[in-house]
Design a protein around this ligand. Structure first.
Ligand code: TRP
Ligand code: ZN
Length: 869
């Protein structure tokens, strides 16, 4: 009675949005009974189903050993259903059906970390989004089938913790040293939000009272030694709960909210209803063990998963093409939350930096797709920067245009209309339009087409009329699969500055009205348009796309002096940073002189350091080689770029002279009251320390060694470690050994130890092999793989030489063991076609050779797309 022996004929496996059909049956209720044994698990289910459309009864299932199936009390024989590797189909079924199914599964040998899997000796967890539930039992595993879940979990008492979604309604003995619990989730949900946990973990408890006065038990489960590292997450959770009440009017709806941490996890975290499961990297936070950046990330991921309770869970997606409906909106919400936690300008800078360094390159290469794709082979390949980050930008644009009050009216309408439903992107935009009274339907174009629009702007001052005309033009690069590209609505947030005094000018009210400019935002929704500003006694300096009001590539022929002006006088911190970035990019890619940047930064810094040290540190962000490489579309030579960047960093170090050491010595993180101020000071100090090393300061290694030894803070310790290791200092081996000894039992800290060594600028195939054959390297733990691969990829010169083999070997190995992660790692090579020859042909040949060696839909689809350029 096992899976049909006949191999499925592999026709075109592409799924299309246009083929969407309602499911033939809905599930009124499901009772699950999951019994975990050491060498297998037994899953019994009872489904009560009702017909809602014509067609066969289709249950999806993968890697399941079917033990028995009964329909309305009668056991079905082999001839009464069709079973293949993907589904079980029963024809001619009545309108009301009760199914009882028993399957056997093997979580103990599940390396793909999808479905129910053993994550550690003492822990079993689930990961069911998007299509993992079908690896637990046969079920209409699609997001538009919502049901009430009752779950019984049974296991040996060596696993004291037995959790599932909802309320605990029963617990007891199961004989032979076993016990069980029963949970009932009162809200209907799709199967991808189902979760259960079987383990031996400690717990941190707290409580929260909602705006409606109900009391919620909060619990974070982790290894006992990690419980002290859960307090930041707990505070962030309570903060998120309050924030969603205040900003979106959304209180929590269950009596409990549980979070479980595991180090065996493919992604960041998962929003299972009332029972989130988190990668340890996104829940454990502690100054001593994790960096400031990681602490910020923990808070944002806690918020992200919590916000999914309304945007994702209470209102979910009709089908997986709509993924950006929940992800884009939830990312926008978590970004807004984080803007309230730290310097809002820096949060925006960091979010845009991710967008520009990941999403823009993705959208300009062979993996480009619309935020809402219209076809896919493997949905796991579409958890992309485009779906998440560009999706968030679309929501941000609509929010910017509407302003706070109308945006809130729009979201209120969305929750009122669609609570409890599985909906589409069209439903979201329609509700937002109806609630706000503003027709936003043109924004659907953003969801449906790929590519980053180019926004070309030109300014012209007319002295006789004292007016300034800003002309705008938008265009998109042609795309083979999407021939009918349309103009998109682009909110252009802007300001004008007095070129003499640096003061921001009040935009002429009459002109604003006449030209459609409002609150400094102009909605540009044509192929070409222009706006005229009047009453200007001299030519102004214009600042465009303030706070990056639209995800476009802006071209405006600023002089370097105007950019320096904006770096100094813009009151919008994001645009100050953008001006610095543009100047630095010109130096690196177009051979401009560095002096203008240097003069401006020296004039500006003292003020910024005093006000916002974190922003000050970002003004030194020299674009990474990876980002710069992604701006080059052909004949890319990583070595040439590396040399240019090294030269610039050396110039900066030399020209900044004594300022570097003075700043380093004068900054004191301990003296800062706020975490975000201290974080800024630490970031700035670390930048100064690395510049000191470039100056060849005779004391720098002693200073770094001292910083390394005399701190209990991971950002400070790592900053020093990097300088010592990457410069091959005499102390390098000693501090590496010391770090290992201190943190060998702290997986997240040890990840940093691997990362730093892999990111050594002079890493070699041998030094990487030393890391990947280290006793603590573990191919079963994605975090550890990513620490080495991510470190290696910090230096594109290495990525594109010996790194190619590294990534190809990983994709080959993970193809079967963990195809989700294998496919993502392979994407590191997606811009191979931009390389200069002979590298281009060499990498291409290696990718071609991989084709016949991989089987998973995940890796094959990615590889085929990568090669289809
Ligand atoms: N829904 C999750 C989030 O963004 C994403 C996620 C977690 C996921 N784990 C996954 C997606 C595994 C695919 C596979 O919050
Ligand atoms: Zn999400």
């Amino acid at each position: 009675m096992n899976i049909a022996a006949n191999p499925v004929i592999e026709a075109d496996q592409t799924v299309y949005l246009k083929d969407y059909q309602k499911p033939s049956y809905l599930v009124d209720s499901i009772h699950l009974d999951i019994q975990v044994y050491d060498d297998h698990s037994l899953v019994k289910s009872k489904l009560v189903m009702q017909r809602q459309a014509a067609g066969d009864l289709v249950l999806l299932g993968r890697d399941l050993e079917l033990q028995s199936i009964t329909l309305n009390g009668k056991t079905l024989t082999n001839e009464q259903y069709q079973l293949d590797a993907e589904q079980l189909v029963i024809a001619n079924t009545p309108d009301l059906v009760e199914l009882n199914i028993e399957v056997l599964i093997h979580p103990e040998s599940n390396t793909q970390l999808e479905g129910l899997y053993q994550a550690a000796d003492n822990l079993y967890v689930t990961q069911n989004e998007p299509e993992g539930f079908r690896k637990i039992t046969f079920y209409p595993d699609r997001p538009d089938v919502l049901s009430v879940f009752t779950t019984r979990v049974e296991a040996d008492k060596k696993f004291p913790v037995l959790l599932a979604n909802g309320n605990l309604i029963e617990a007891g003995e199961a004989g032979e040293g076993r016990h069980y619990t029963v949970w009932q989730d009162p809200t209907k949900k799709p199967s991808y939000l189902f979760a259960c946990v079987i383990g031996d973990l400690a717990v941190l408890k707290d409580r929260y009272t909602t705006s409606e006065g109900s009391d919620v038990a909060l619990e974070i489960y982790a290894e006992a030694k990690d419980i002290p590292k859960c307090h930041i997450a707990m505070e962030a959770l309570k903060h998120s709960m309050r924030w969603d009440e205040e900003h979106y009017g959304r209180p929590y709806d269950l009596d409990n909210y549980m979070i479980v941490a595991t180090s065996a996890f493919n992604m960041g975290a998962m929003e299972n209803k009332g029972l989130n499961i988190f990668n340890t990297s996104c829940v454990l936070a502690d100054e001593e063990y994790t960096t400031d950046a990681a602490i910020m990330r923990v808070q944002s991921v806690i918020a992200h998963e919590y916000f999914h309770n309304w945007t994702g869970n209470r209102i979910t997606c009709r089908d997986w093409f709509q993924l950006c409906l929940k992800e884009g909106l939830t990312v926008f919400r978590d970004q807004s939350f984080s803007e309230d936690l730290q310097s809002a300008a820096v949060q925006r800078i960091d979010d845009v930096a991710v967008l520009k360094s990941h999403q823009f390159p993705e959208d300009s290469g062979p993996l480009s797709h619309p935020p809402r794709p219209d076809h896919f082979v493997e949905i796991n390949n579409f958890y992309t920067a485009t779906v998440y980050e560009k999706g968030a930008e679309i929501n941000r644009m609509m929010a910017t245009l509407l302003g706070k009050e109308k945006f809130r009216q729009g979201t209120d309408e969305y929750f009122k209309r669609h609570d409890g439903q599985a909906v589409t992107v069209e439903d979201w935009v329609a509700a937002l339009s109806a609630g706000s009274g503003v027709d936003l339907s043109a924004f659907l174009i953003w969801y449906n087409q790929p590519g980053t629009p180019k926004l070309q702007a030109q300014g012209e001052y007319d002295a006789a009329n004292q007016s300034y005309r800003l002309s705008l033009k938008q265009s998109l690069k042609a795309h083979a699969k999407y021939p009918n590209l349309k103009a998109v609505p682009i909110p252009v947030a802007l300001a004008l500055f007095d070129a003499e005094t640096g003061e921001q000018l009040v935009l002429n009210a009459e002109a604003l009205f006449e030209n459609g400019v409002k609150d400094g935002v102009y909605l540009f929704d044509q192929n070409e348009a222009s706006i005229e500003f009047t009453g200007l006694k001299a030519a102004p300096v214009v600042s465009l796309l303030r706070s990056f009001s639209a995800p476009v590539n802006l071209e405006f022929n600023y002089s370097d002096e105007q950019l320096a002006f904006l770096l100094q006088y813009e009151t919008n911190g994001f645009n100050q940073w953008q001006a610095a970035q543009t100047l630095l990019e010109r130096i690196l890619l177009n051979g401009h002189n560095a002096q203008t940047y240097l003069d401006a930064i020296q004039k500006t810094l003292p003020f910024v350091i005093a006000k916002d040290p974190l922003l000050a540190s970002r003004l030194f962000d020299v674009p990474t080689e990876g980002y710069l490489g992604s701006r080059i579309d052909q004949d890319y030579n990583p070595i040439v770029l590396n040399e240019a960047r090294e030269a610039l960093l050396n110039t900066l170090a030399r020209e900044l002279g004594g300022f570097v050491k003075e700043t380093y010595l004068s900054l004191d993180p301990i003296a800062q009251k706020e975490f975000s101020q201290a974080m800024g000071v630490r970031a700035l100090k670390n930048i100064m320390l690395s510049l000191l090393a470039r100056q060849g300061d005779s004391e720098v290694f002693d200073l770094a060694y001292e910083q390394y030894q005399n701190t209990g803070n991971m950002s400070e310790r790592l900053g020093a470690l990097k300088v010592l290791v990457w410069n091959d200092s005499p102390q390098a081996q000693e501090v590496l050994q010391d770090f290992y000894t201190r943190f060998k039992d702290e997986a997240l800290s040890l990840d940093q130890w691997f990362m730093i060594q892999a990111a050594h600028p002079k890493a070699t195939a041998e030094s990487i092999a030393y890391l990947t054959s280290h006793a603590d390297y573990d191919l079963a733990v994605p975090n550890r793989i990513r620490s080495v691969s991510g470190g290696l990829n910090a230096n594109p010169v290495n990525t594109w030489s010996f790194g190619v083999q590294h990534f190809i070997d990983l994709a080959k190995y993970l193809d079967e063991k963990n195809p989700i992660v294998g496919s993502r790692l392979l994407q590191v090579l997606s811009r191979w076609y931009t390389l200069a020859e002979p590298q281009r042909s060499q990498v291409k040949a290696e990718l071609e050779a991989l084709k016949s060696q991989v089987k998973s839909k995940n890796v094959s689809e990615t590889l085929n797309s990568m090669l289809s350029i």
